[in-house]
Design a protein around this ligand. Sequence first.
Ligand code: GLA
Length: 349
Amino acid sequence: MLTIQSEPFGKTPDGDDVVSYSLTNRNGVRVGLINLGATVTAVNVPDKNGKVANVTLGFNDLDGYLANAPYFGGTCGRYSNRIAKGQFTLDGETYQLATNNDPSHLHGGKVGFNKRVWQHEKVESADHVGVKFTYVSPDGEENYPGQLTVHVTYSLNDANELKIDYEATTDKATVLNLTNHCYWNLAGGEQATIVDNELTLMCDKYLPVDEAGIPIGELAAVAGTPMDFITPHKIGERITEPVNGNGGYDHCWVVNGKIGELRPAAKVVEPQSGRVMEILTTEPGIQFYTGNFLAGTPETGNAVKHGALCLEAQHFPDSPNQPEFPTTVLKPGEVYKQTTVHRFSVVGK
Ligand code: GLA
């Protein structure tokens, strides 16, 4: 049976109510969500023996999410990932954004969508339960042009799929790149790091980056490099080798197939528990980040370096400055759409 429940999760310093939702399905899967940042707070899934555990990093209370330096589970925007020097030009006008990841702009700036309070409503149908979050980002917020209305809908079904649907419209041309920033550790607390996880990326190419994490413009073949996950590899096997990976992997891969079509992008297998996560997306890229900045401190939820991994389906970083990349410009009258599915299963039963 699919169920949805909600309860108060506290108030922000500005007095806004934060509400926590819990979605469950007949297999014992439970997804936690809050409207601060349209954030995923928990994803509890069974292992090969049926033992259910949380496989995504989070904090215990609202204070944790108000600080949330690592962006645990949040919806990143208006432009997630990096924009070189925080600058772009649109319709002849140059915009200067915050360089909050010096010298680059990262995840929407000082107060990104992951720190905003979203409106929320339940979504229920015969085959899924979910929550639709809405945020209206004013014209000029974080120096982005145009009032942007964003909807992010999470839904869970009995096939153990967590689906994220994004939709956005604007009243003035703007740039946007939306993603979810869950940190996954499929061992559910049984293993400190993800180095033994086996990863497949349905990606023949990736985007090499400079020291600031900005793509140099080339779509490089992964074959023969540590970026090759066309067949499954243990993440730890070559984790010290990537160039400009911030101490591991921190790059965007080019998802094979057609942009706009929901197609497989990534698969993670945790051999001990047998838990498997597959990601399908309509997006052109997927940022694979191995939690290189996790530092074992309360600020990082006590997670250690490589204690979790992120697979962020999105457009390419710095697209507003790289005309060869698929466009991230949204114009009035257009409707931006994106779908990403996380499918959980087990092997070795
Ligand atoms: C993204 C970036 C990383 C890091 C994390 C947040 O994945 O690519 O470099 O900034 O977000 O800590």
